[in-house]
Design a protein around this ligand. Structure first.
Ligand code: NAD
Length: 308
């Protein structure tokens, strides 16, 4: 039976599933040994933490499959995997609801300054007058990306009475746009019109630093930015400048160009709300991700055996 190396922790539900299906499972104990020991395995399971580089892929003499338990594939050298004929799978559908709910939570927190309210009460303060918020109902939410997560955010935001604006690489399905009552706009126009912009694109060459100083300058004065996608999609220096100058009213961030962030200037800004990449950190998502990755591996090897 194929041998599988689990490089980052996953919920036991997936490992049990794989064991019951007869797979030999081992766990990576020391990250630095991966390049050396990968030759013994048919598949590896990683989350975002393990960087699957060209060198690692080329060392996998028996490697047939890289399984990403989770969504983004930006920690895997896809080009190297393709060249070597190694398949790559992921489980983006399993955590989409959790990321969408966190995004909405961050948006409400920005509008009503909930973290500030909580922190000040714990210090014994009563800042009722100072903690004036704003209503989300009737505001324009600009979504960059309308895939699994973006479309879920859109549905909840619509139910809250927000107006939905959308930009994405290809025109979105008309039925979805109709059901959301949403407007499809080019990125620059979406940035000009939105009160709040929320990013839901994958990290690619095209989306890296997509929101830079020039794009921020197009945004409404005092607008808000939410990023639960990938840190590198936003130019963090440009964002810091816009928050310091008051160009932007605030930002909510779950993801950072370096994780954990080494420089704290950005997250320490009073108008920034930050969370430590917890978009998919729900009990349900973690179980679902683990179960889905196991099912996809079992499916992959049963197809693989049938073909060989
Ligand atoms: P998806 O593939 O379903 O949707 C991506 C959307 O981005 C699509 O609408 C696509 O058209 C659009 N897009 C891609 N490139 C674009 C471009 N250059 N310009 C405009 N639009 C573009 O992905 P998803 O499942 O919704 O996830 C989105 C991202 O969220 C993931 O790639 C991942 O990086 C991130 N994510 C974060 C967490 C977290 O814990 N914070 C968890 C899961 C996923």
């Amino acid at each position: 039976m194929p041998k599988i190396l689990i490089c980052d922790p996953i919920d036991p539900i997936g490992t049990e599933k794989l064991k019951s299906a007869g797979f030999a499972i081992e766990f990576l104990k020391h990250k630095e040994t991966l390049k050396e020991i990968i030759k013994d395995y048919d598949a590896i399971i990683v989350r975002g933490r393990t960087k699957v580089t060209r060198e690692i892929i080329n060392s996998g003499k028996n490697l047939k499959l890289i399984a990403r338990a989770g969504s983004g594939l930006d920690n895997i050298d896809l080009e190297a995997a393709r060249e070597k004929g190694v398949a790559v799978i992921n489980t983006p559908e399993a955590s989409a609801d959790s990321v969408a709910e966190l995004t909405i939570g961050l948006m409400v927190s920005l509008a009503r300054r909930i973290p500030h309210a909580d922190y000040s009460m714990k210090r014994g303060e009563w800042l009722k007058k100072e903690l004036m918020g704003f209503l989300l109902k009737g505001k324009k939410l600009g979504l960059i990306g309308l895939g699994r997560i973006g479309s879920r955010v859109a549905r909840i935001a619509k139910a809250m009475g927000m107006e939905i604006l959308v930009t994405k690489r290809t025109p979105p399905p008309p039925e979805l746009m109709k059901s959301l009552g949403a407007k499809f706009l080019p990125l620059d126009e979406l940035l000009r019109q939105s009160d709040i912009v929320s990013i839901h694109v994958p990290l690619t060459e095209e989306t890296k630093n997509m929101i830079n100083a020039e794009k921020i300058s197009l945004m409404k004065d005092g607008a808000y930015l939410i990023n639960t996608s990938r840190g590198e999609v936003v130019d963090e220096e440009a964002l810091l400048e816009a928050l310091r100058s008051g160009k932007l009213g605030g930002a909510a961030l779950d993801v950072y160009s370096t994780e954990p962030p080494k420089r704290l200037e950005l997250i320490k800004q009073p108008n920034v709300i930050c969370t430590p990449h917890i978009g998919a950190q729900t009990v349900e998502a973690q179980k679902e991700v683990s179960k889905a990755v196991a099912e996809k591996i079992i499916q992959f090897f049963s197809n693989h055996e049938a073909c060989s």
